[in-house]
Write a protein that binds this ligand. Structure first.
Ligand code: GDD
Ligand code: GTP
Length: 427
């Protein structure tokens, strides 16, 4: 049998997702009408052999309760459970800590998915490669432009056999443009011994310096080794730094290179491309959740059934409108997410933006960001020599006055904007 684990991290993470993560844990933020983590779960449910799924993280116990309830109702034959780390244990530390739960029923293998990626999750193909190669581990890889590769885990593989020869997490200099998508399939009998020996190595030879970070994407680099209650050093074990390069050296480790879409969801702005990619996927699959195309609906567009959209408003492409949002007459929205309870008054224009919960945008106002080139894996742009967010974001309960123009700004919750602003973070 096969199981799956979704790694969600915890409240100290998702800092780059502010201000949106101030009001909702990042995995529950909705893109294309569903929480980010639901897109992962949906992919897992497409494999009939997976009956048991774990969400592993260090959020409070209550955070995923409703989500799990909903999933259990829609997928009664899959057991979905939240396993809480008492503190951040690292991507491999969490798996190891809950090995009894994962190993129960003796599964031969299990998937591990980072919750903060947006992709088509070709899990079936990963399984096929796993079987074909009699592999002990399979990683999903994708090609990115050379200059963004070092922001990710980099894979050197044998083009013919697909074998992973070398793995380096966020290397200092270029080694490969084939990068780690954050989706893995592990043989249980290979991964747990590898984690165990990494822990042993660590205990024998404690690490003195923490790993340097490359901060090209403003990464807030975590995790630090944490002290537990007795003041004992309980160290974080990470798949990426502590395990994967070992697997490349000593195990049957293969890479499935996906040609399909893939994006990371790190900054709040990256929710806009993720929204667009998942909407496009739903559109290609002719999902009946999407709004019907018309003179004023340029697909793909998602409108929550409880939202109210004036028939003269023009929406799309790549727009999601949340529950109970109101969109007035003559409004234009494209490449944007409008969250629950927001109100967009008549003739306002929303482009490349996220409008926070219960925010209000006045008549004839413009809230706009800048498009980022499709191939870019970054959500900032340089304007007048300054790095600014390409996507404009209004936090919860912001108010934009009538005729006010907001350009390339990130606006914290509860702010009122009465004058035009550009290229600013509004605290
Ligand atoms: N349960 C648990 N415990 N989950 C964690 C922990 C932890 O201590 N630390 C991180 N995670 C989760 C995060 O929520 C995320 O889903 C995933 O593990 C990876 O997060 P990071 O450790 O922040 O790594 P990253 O996102 O910068 O890079 C990883 O993903 C890239 C693809 O998006 C690496 O795997 C890269 O190699 C990869 O390219
Ligand atoms: P299409 O090509 O049919 O989409 O028409 P278009 O030329 O109007 O293009 P698009 O809808 O992408 O809009 C271009 C620009 O016009 C946008 O940047 C908007 O600012 C503005 N705009 C278009 N329609 C409206 C509208 O109904 N209300 C407001 N306020 N602005 C609009």
């Amino acid at each position: 049998t096969t199981k799956a684990v979704i790694l969600v991290g915890g409240p100290s993470r998702g800092t780059r997702f502010r201000p949106l993560s101030l009001d909702v844990p990042k995995p529950l933020f909705e893109v294309a009408g569903h929480p980010i983590i639901e897109h992962c779960f949906a992919a897992i449910t497409r494999l009939p052999e997976i009956r048991e799924v774990f969400i592993v993280g260090y959020y409070d116990e209550s955070v995923f309760r409703d989500f799990i309830k909903d999933c259990s109702r829609s997928h009664p034959n899959i057991s979905l459970r939240y396993l809480r780390e008492y503190q951040a244990l690292g991507t491999a530390g969490g798996l190891y800590h809950f090995r009894d739960a994962i190993l129960k029923g003796r599964p031969d293998r299990f998937f591990v998915l980072n919750a903060d990626v947006c992709c088509s999750f070709p899990l079936e193909q990963m399984l096929r490669l796993f079987e074909e190669k009699d592999a002990e581990a399979v990683i999903l890889g994708t090609r990115v432009p050379n200059d963004s590769a070092t922001n990710f885990g980099c894979i050197v593989s044998d083009a013919h056999s697909k074998r992973v020869l070398h793995y380096v997490e966020k290397p200092e200099s270029h080694i490969s443009n084939l990068i780690n998508c954050g989706v893995y399939l592990f043989a249980t009998e290979a991964i747990f011994p590898s984690i165990k020996s990494a822990m042993k190595r660590r205990a024998d030879r404690p690490r003195l310096v923490s790993y340097p970070s490359s901060d090209a994407l403003d990464r807030t680099y975590l995790p630090q080794d944490a002290d537990d209650e007795d003041g004992e050093k309980t160290e974080v074990i990470r798949l990426e730094q502590d395990i994967l390069s070992d697997l490349a050296d000593s195990r049957q480790f293969y890479v499935l290179e996906t040609k399909d879409f893939w994006r990371q969801i790190k900054t709040a702005g990256s929710a806009v491309p993720a929204n667009a990619l998942y909407l496009l996927k739903a559109f290609q699959q002719q999902s009946d959740e999407l709004a019907k195309p018309s003179a004023t609906i340029l697909p793909p567009v998602f409108i929550h059934p409880t939202a109210h959209v004036d028939p003269s408003a023009k929406l799309g492409p790549n727009v999601s409108i949340g529950p109970r949002a109101t969109i007035g007459a003559g409004v234009r929205i494209k490449e944007a997410i409008v969250l629950e309870g927001a109100e967009i008054r008549h003739d306002a224009c929303i482009l490349y933006a996220i409008i926070g919960w219960s925010s209000r945008v006045g008549a004839w106002a413009r809230v706009e960001g800048t498009p980022t080139p499709v191939r870019e894996h970054s959500t900032s742009v340089v304007k007048n020599g300054v790095k600014v967010q390409s996507i404009t974001i209004l936090g919860k309960e912001c108010v934009v006055g009538d005729e006010v123009r907001v350009q390339n700004c990130v606006c914290l919750p509860y702010k009122e904007l009465k004058r035009d602003v550009a290229n600013e973070v509004i605290m």
